[in-house]
Design a protein around this ligand. Structure first.
Ligand code: CA
Length: 391
């Protein structure tokens, strides 16, 4: 964990790190400027090579500016790697080159039985002849990778597969909730038809390329199906590496909440499933970041009655304190009522999307901890609020 692995060389695989038949956990490291020296070819992997069946976990690393000058996998190469997990990494500036007709997988390459989970990575500015971001070649009978909520953007993949190049028997491969953005004039995703005509399954992805095609080759049939879109994802600033979504992005709330291996939090650590378009439905966004709308969500709960006896206070608890149910609450707001229907919307502005808990208390300074009569009622109001007044 937390190492800097840089300026190393290797002969046949893994310029920075090689994992062999292992379930190692490689987390929080910076792996950069590693390459091959003294040999030609090999399984590749300028930054990291994973070879031989295992369950290696590559989590939260920065894998940058590595090269493999005579083969595949500029950043990471997997060869018969079993079931590794590649999650929450930044994979950028890596290059695979030196092979005719094309080196494959500038960011990540997968070959032979490598049924990887590729979850919520930022993969950008990598380069290869095919699959600037990601390449996989799936052998007969293998499942191949599952890609969930990755942002793959601005990679250079020659004429085909700027973001992803899919090859082999890839019809069991699955894509969920990814932003797959191609370089201008290059198709974003290219699926080769040499081995199998059926494409991978794409569900709720944005595959887009300005002056190019989003889904090409056998994958073209997936365009417009199963929640897939092809539109500029409107990232905040690709040039400076800010891949958050703009508030107008078509990727907001465009995902599927039932994607497998969906993380609890996004790349920035925010809750993964939030209501980003204020339609009162919490839906996951596409790509690595969830849009967090602050201070503009308003809530309506006209049907939340106060008790007839009055002298109660409605309270939102201080930020940073979750209650015993894990509900996250916001700065204290108090409102004295006298048994009337509570209808003020203004007092409830400023809530972030998500589920909140209203605590109704008899005394302003009493605790909402489940031990006072007021709190008992508060919890009931809380449920009342959540069930009947979602927005
Ligand atoms: Ca959302």
């Amino acid at each position: 964990m937390n190492n800097i692995v840089q300026h190393n060389t290797a002969c046949s695989e893994g310029g920075g790190i090689a994992v062999e038949f292992s379930s190692s956990r490689i987390e929080g490291n910076t792996v950069q400027n590693n390459t091959q020296f003294g040999c030609s070819g090999g399984p590749g992997g300028g930054g990291i090579a994973i070879g031989g069946a295992g369950q290696a976990q590559i989590i939260g690393n920065v894998i940058a500016n590595n090269t493999w000058p005579s083969g595949d996998g500029g950043g990471i190469s997997m060869n018969a790697a079993g079931t590794p997990t590649i999650k929450n990494n930044i994979i950028t500036g890596n290059t695979a080159t030196g092979v005719s007709p094309a080196a494959q997988g500038g960011g990540i390459s997968m070959s032979n039985d490598s049924d990887a989970l590729i979850i919520q990575n930022l993969i950008y500015n990598n380069s290869a002849g095919q699959g600037g971001g990601v390449y996989f070649g799936v052998p007969f009978g293998a499942r191949g990778p599952i890609l969930v909520n990755n942002t793959i953007v601005g990679n250079f993949g020659g004429s085909q597969g700027s973001a992803v190049y899919a090859n082999g028997f890839d019809n069991q491969v699955q894509f969920f909730n990814n932003v797959l953005s191609g370089a201008s004039g290059q198709n974003a995703v290219y699926c080769d038809a040499t081995y199998v005509q059926q494409p991978p399954t794409f569900t709720n992805n944005d595959a887009f390329s300005s002056n190019g095609t989003g889904l090409a080759g056998t994958c073209a049939s997936q365009a417009g199906q199963n929640g897939n879109i092809s539109a500029d994802p409107q990232l905040v600033n690709v040039a400076t590496g800010d891949f958050h979504l703009q508030t107008t992005s078509p990727a907001i709330d465009a995902g599927t909440n039932v994607a497998p291996n969906l993380p609890q939090t996004d790349f920035a650590g925010n809750p993964r499933i939030l209501d980003g378009n204020n339609d009162c439905v919490s839906t996951v966004d596409l790509g690595s970041y969830e849009l967090v709308r602050a201070a503009d969500a308003s809530f309506f709960y006209q049907r939340a009655h106060f008790p007839e006896s009055s002298d109660w206070h409605l309270q939102r608890r201080p930020a940073g304190h979750a209650d015993q149910h894990g509900h996250y609450l916001f700065p204290v707001l108090e409102y004295r009522d006298h048994g009337r229907l509570f209808s003020s919307q203004q007092l409830l502005r400023g809530w972030r999307p998500g589920r909140h808990f209203l605590c109704l208390q008899r005394h302003i300074h009493s605790r909402c901890d489940g031990h006072s009569p007021g709190d008992a009622y508060g919890k009931r109001v809380g449920r009342h609020y959540r069930e009947e007044s979602q927005c």
